[in-house]
Design a protein around this ligand. Structure first.
Ligand code: ADP
Ligand code: MG
Length: 255
């Protein structure tokens, strides 16, 4: 509980004020107010099509929004995706892991991991390799680093994707259904790596349908329905005593 209190009081790294986003006539995100404290793990749940991916993609500027305010690590993202230096900074500070692993197929595992640190951060190869090897060991891939992505299982590829994101030393990690494309027997190894990251104090926003995992790692759970945050709170409250009918109905379908 003490840990949660200190997180709640910590400086927010993500601040969204009345954020609104439209896809043409479709109002996909409506008046989203959201803060994520440094070191906090926020899990976003909700039905398919409710706007979860769009919400977290706004945080690193992959989706533009039209109204409201969003800043990440004190850098403002502007409406309509207006390109700024802040956007560049945010892209280098925010790591993302997607449902599809999106590894570069023509690069070895190690080269996938060292590419951005060398190109974007300007690290020399030796430094990038040392960090890359350490991170690949941390996610349990150290014996596969010279293989190509297609030679790995889905669970291994997703762990490489995680190591690749971590190699940029992100201040915040975003996850969009990182285990949804995996065979069931591989889900656990990816969740284990994420759990370890959470325990190490990484700030994380996670979209997932793994409710057991959410209950275990989340400091806060956010339920989103039709583009609105309907209810949020600690996992025990959201999962065991949801107040809103929409939350109750969603949970009765997935739990
Ligand atoms: P979730 O991740 O919760 O399943 P999404 O954020 O992917 O939901 O999508 C929310 C809604 O926005 C859905 O109705 C989806 O069809 C729509 N949508 C998503 N991306 C686009 C797009 N690029 N253009 C138009 N509509 C989109
Ligand atoms: Mg989605």
């Amino acid at each position: 509980m003490n840990q949660q209190k200190s997180k709640a009081g910590a400086e927010p790294i993500v601040r969204m004020n009345k954020l609104n986003k439209h896809f043409g006539d479709f109002h996909v995100l409506q008046d989203i107010d959201l803060r994520v404290a440094t070191g906090e793990v926020v899990v976003v749940i909700g039905a398919s099509g409710s706007g979860k991916s769009t919400l977290i993609r706004c945080v690193n500027g992959l989706e533009e929004f039209q109204q409201g305010e969003l800043d990440v690590d004190d850098s403002p993202l502007l409406p309509y995706g207006k390109a700024t230096q802040a956007l560049q900074k945010i892209r280098t500070e925010v790591g993302m892991v997607f449902q599809q692993f999106n590894l570069f197929p023509h690069l070895s595992v190690l080269d996938n991991v060292i590419l951005a640190p060398m190109k974007v951060r300007g690290q020399d190869r030796e430094t990038a390799v040392a960090t890359g090897e350490r991170l690949l060991e941390r996610v349990g891939i150290s014996d596969q680093i010279h293989k190509y992505p297609t030679q790995l299982s889905g669970g291994q590829q997703q762990r490489v994707a995680l190591a690749r994101a971590l190699a940029m030393e992100p201040r915040l990690m975003l996850f969009d259904e990182p285990t949804s494309a995996l065979d069931p027997e591989m889900i656990g190894e990816v969740l284990d790596a994420m759990r370890e990251l959470a325990n190490d104090g990484m700030t994380m926003m996670i979209v997932t349908h793994e409710m057991g995992f959410a209950r275990e790692v989340a400091d806060r759970v956010i339920f989103i329905d039709k583009g609105r945050i309907v209810e949020e709170g600690p996992p025990e409250t959201i999962f065991d005593q949801p107040v809103e009918a929409a939350t109750q109905s969603f949970l009765s379908r997935v739990l």
